[in-house]
Structures are given as structure tokens and as C-alpha cells.
Design a protein around this ligand. Structure first.
Ligand code: 5GP
Length: 183
């Protein structure tokens, strides 16, 4: 049995993290890739669980060593997927989910053309802006960068195999569950 590689992309604040948390509670057999980032931890974020928090020089060394499957700069920070767990989980026949932004999703599509690529959409941009602001974790400049990036990402939604609108949470979760499990 070989595992599926699943890429989940969508603008910041769209609720990917909450959807994934609920999906993993339903399907503990799925493996969620833990990314490396140079961004500072948010309150409650745990090293090795939510991210590996690297200083910039360490991140750059990791790129140079070829240890990332993909990486990108997003809103002023680096983000990347460590390649080793992806290889080992797929070899074990497990499905693995990458929650990554657009540039990274494009890199993965080249390396793994058979990956299942899913794009999560907000009901509209105003709702997205409200969600990012209410999260209260980003500076005003970071919020603007994230909104600008959201427009770019949403314009690329057709590059993905499937699009899910995260309006009603339970409906979006059910849609995601169906795509990921193939049931
Ligand atoms: P946040 O700072 O809100 O946790 O993440 C910002 C963006 O970076 C999100 O769109 C998230 O999906 C993306 N991201 C998280 N990890 C990775 C990664 O390993 N690679 C890439 N390319 N993007 C990532």
C-alpha cells in the first residue's frame, strides 16, 4: 500500500488549521507534516508540534543541505517542509498532509504530480479579513501582507484539483473528509 500525498492550501485566516485539527481527530492514521519556519511562535504554539521554529541562518542551512521538499517566503518569513518524514511516512503506506502556501504547493506539484491538491476558500474577502483581524496575532502590517497574499492565492485556486468553501464549518469538514479518504 502506498500513502497519498495531500496538499492543503488556502489564504491565511481561512480556517485550514481548524479544519485539519478536526480531520485528524476523525482520522488519527493521517500524518500531518510539521513545517519549519522563521516566524515567531504564537501564543500556545509548541516547538515540534505546530512548527519547528528556526532562526534564519539555520533555515538557510537546511535549504542548502537539501533537507526541504519545498520552501517559500511568506509575509516576511521562511516556511518549508522537511523532506525526511514525507519520504518515511509515504514508504510506510501512510497518507501525509502538507498545509502550505501557494508557491510551495506549486513546487510539490512538480515533484509529486499525483498529489491530491485541495484549495480552501473563504466565503468572501471581507469574512477573511475579519477572521485575520479577530485572531489578533498579527501586526497591522502583517495583516495587510496576508490580505494581499490572499488575493494572489485565491486567483490561483483553479490550479488545484478541488476547491472547498469554508463557510459552514461542518459542511467544509465533510467535504474535506470525503476527498482525503476517498469515500
Ligand atoms: P502561518 O504563519 O499563518 O502559520 O502560516 C502562513 C502561511 O504559510 C500559511 O498559508 C501556511 O499554509 C503556510 N505554510 C506553513 N507551513 C508551510 C511550509 O512548510 N511550506 C510552505 N510553502 N508554506 C507553509
Amino acid at each position: 500500500m502506498t500513502g497519498k500525498l495531500i496538499v492543503l492550501t488556502g489564504p491565511s485566516g481561512v480556517g485550514k488549521g481548524t479544519l485539519l485539527k478536526a480531520l485528524l481527530e476523525r482520522h488519527p492514521e493521517l500524518y500531518l507534516s510539521v513545517s519549519a519556519t522563521t516566524r515567531s511562535p504564537r501564543a500556545g504554539e509548541v516547538e515540534g508540534v505546530h512548527y519547528y521554529f528556526y532562526p534564519r541562518n539555520r533555515f538557510e542551512a537546511t535549504i542548502a543541505a537539501g533537507e526541504l521538499l519545498e520552501w517559500a517566503e511568506f509575509a516576511g518569513n521562511y516556511y518549508g517542509t522537511p523532506i525526511a518524514p514525507v519520504r518515511s511516512e509515504l514508504a510506510l503506506g501512510k497518507s501525509i498532509i502538507l498545509e502550505i502556501e501557494l508557491a510551495g504547493a506549486r513546487q510539490v506539484a512538480k515533484i509529486f504530480p499525483d498529489a491530491l491538491r485541495i484549495f480552501i476558500l473563504p466565503p468572501d474577502l471581507t469574512t477573511l479579513e475579519t477572521r485575520i483581524r479577530e485572531r489578533g496575532t498579527d501586526s497591522p502590517e502583517a495583516i495587510l501582507r496576508r490580505l494581499e497574499q490572499a488575493r494572489v492565492e485565491i486567483a490561483a485556486q483553479d490550479e488545484f484539483n478541488y476547491q472547498i468553501i469554508n463557510d459552514d464549518f461542518e459542511t467544509a469538514l465533510a467535504d474535506l473528509d470525503k476527498l482525503v479518504t476517498g469515500v
